[in-house]
Design a binder for this molecule. Sequence first.
Ligand SMILES: *Cc1c(COP(=O)(O)O)cnc(C)c1O
Length: 454
Amino acid sequence: MKFQSTRSASEPLGFREAFASGLAPDGGLYVPESLPQMPDTLLNGDPQSYSTLAFKFLKFFDTDHTPDELKALVNRSYTGNFDDSATAPLRQLTDDLFVLELFHGPTLAFKDFGLQLVGNLFEDQIRRSGNPINVLGATSGDTGSAAIHGLANKEGVNVFILYPKGRISPLQERQMTCTEAANIFPIPIEGSFDDAQLIVKDLFSDLKFKAEVGLSAINSINLARVLAQAIYYFHAWSQLPTAARENNPAFVVPTGNFGNILAGWLAGKMGLPADRFVIATNRNNILYRLFTTGVYESGEVHASLAPSMDIQVASNFERFLFYHLNGDGNQVSKFMQKIGGDSKLTIPDFDADVFSASYSSDEDIIALIRQTHKKFDYIVDPHTACAFKDLDRSRSNIVLSTAHPAKFPDTIENAIGVHPTHPSLEKLKSRTPVTYQQTAHANSIRDFILANRA
Ligand SMILES: *Cc1c(COP(=O)(O)O)cnc(C)c1O
């Protein structure tokens, strides 16, 4: 399988190369040249382990590793490092309402699914090539810690993670800064997540620097993350009771950068029978507005109770646009350039397709945590709470739970008077945080990486 750029001006690459380069040289994102139809065993097979299902899915895309190599990579990523034997268990709240718990990995958030695999792919690549890698990413909280936990103490790789100072939860910050690993460089900057993301984009477009330090991406644009995230949609389906399957299931997804839900939508194009994907946003509702009006209008970013969704530029939207424009890379390229310049754009012939959308204010989030606890005796984190807004109860719903509530104890306590904890978070409290604060400018970050590269 080859992977092409959404802007069509770069050479298609095999899995390993496309994975390693993150962003394509023409500025686009990599997508598979074709979308294979998954065999029924992914939907209906005997209960199979998560790793087995993941291997069956990924072998269509990663044709660079041998099946045995791929199997080993997948096993290292999903067996033994999640604290539930199902890896992504499906909890049933009612006959028609399910929660897919994606928070059983090392950092208690769904990003572990992408980044455990990414960490092992990097390690494999460094061993093969003998060349060190420097990983650069921006985070609004969970990406950074998941990347760090995928790569901490691995040989030949240093990790530089930018994050908006004071705008991520204290526990998220501890997960990044208390690893005690010498190859990890958490970098707080003054500004928003989008400011951090722009610096990262800037440095990746500096091709000379990129080549010189072997720069690699971990943010949600990485192809391997999107593929890894498609797997649990199939896994959820394979656990769903027949009656619920027959009642037009919708996947309801707390959404920020459009990475998680895009993976589900792609799974739909590869044979997952779901015909509804609900974009659940917080008050930063650019995607809600886009999918209800067809107008892309970015605004200011506001801090919310669901900080990992505090963004106004949905990077992975470019992949959706590519398919919406029938794979016309020129048009994608023109459109993305306009997004860079204009703040308001109407998407030509926009069709929301199988998507619908909702958004939650901070008050909604508190109320939804409270209601979910009262009705179902189940505690959701503030991101997952957004998915419970405006549920369409005429069909069955599978809510993707993106984080463990113990990552946001203050909000939970405020809502229901309970202070949730988790042993892996308690352990961090006795460690000393290590950070490397820098000026929020590409030049100073470039210099810092040059001075501290692997
Ligand atoms: C990253 C994150 C999201 C948003 O996911 P996207 O792929 O950016 O849409 C939602 N919830 C939590 C807890 C997250 O960490």
